[in-house]
Design a protein around this ligand. Structure first.
Ligand SMILES: Cc1cc2nc3c(=O)[nH]c(=O)nc-3n(C[C@H](O)[C@H](O)[C@H](O)COP(=O)(O)OP(=O)(O)OC[C@H]3O[C@@H](n4cnc5c(N)ncnc54)[C@H](O)[C@@H]3O)c2cc1C
Length: 94
């Protein structure tokens, strides 16, 4: 159960660190215990934060995947690379 850079870091293509710190703080406040944190709370927090990071990861990958550039090997590669199922689903819905 950690916050900020102690919790994780994703490349700074978009600034998401402070957002993730705020999300973490509000989750901790929501489940703030009277008698200390127990294992169940810690697991719940970690599971929820994991999903937050996965969402940000999809967001970052999308920057490359939806490119219209095809002028270099790099851009051709990222345009055609496979992506997580979670992002595929989001792009389809979008
Ligand atoms: C130039 C720059 C611009 C940025 N811009 C953005 C932005 O626009 N949007 C965004 O979302 N993010 C941005 N970030 C990233 C964001 O600021 C950081 O990810 C965030 O501040 C991390 O917070 P933190 O509390 O995890 O770590 P930190 O803010 O690094 O806090 C760690 C604290 O621990 C203290 N510390 C270290 N070692 C010890 C020790 N042994 N004992 C006691 N204390 C210790 C340090 O002094 C520090 O106060 C930027 C970062 C930088 C460097």
């Amino acid at each position: 159960m950690t916050l900020g850079l102690a919790n994780g870091f994703l490349e700074p293509l978009e600034s998401t660190s402070i957002h993730l710190v705020q999300v973490g703080i509000s989750k901790i406040l929501t489940m703030f215990p009277r008698d200390g944190f127990n294992e169940r709370m810690i697991k719940r927090y970690n599971d929820e934060m994991y999903l937050e990071y996965e969402g940000v990861k999809d967001f970052l990958i999308a920057h490359y995947k939806v490119t219209e550039r095809e002028d270099t090997d790099f851009w051709r590669y990222v345009k055609n690379m496979s992506i997580p199922e979670s992002l595929e689903e989001k792009l389809e819905i979008f």
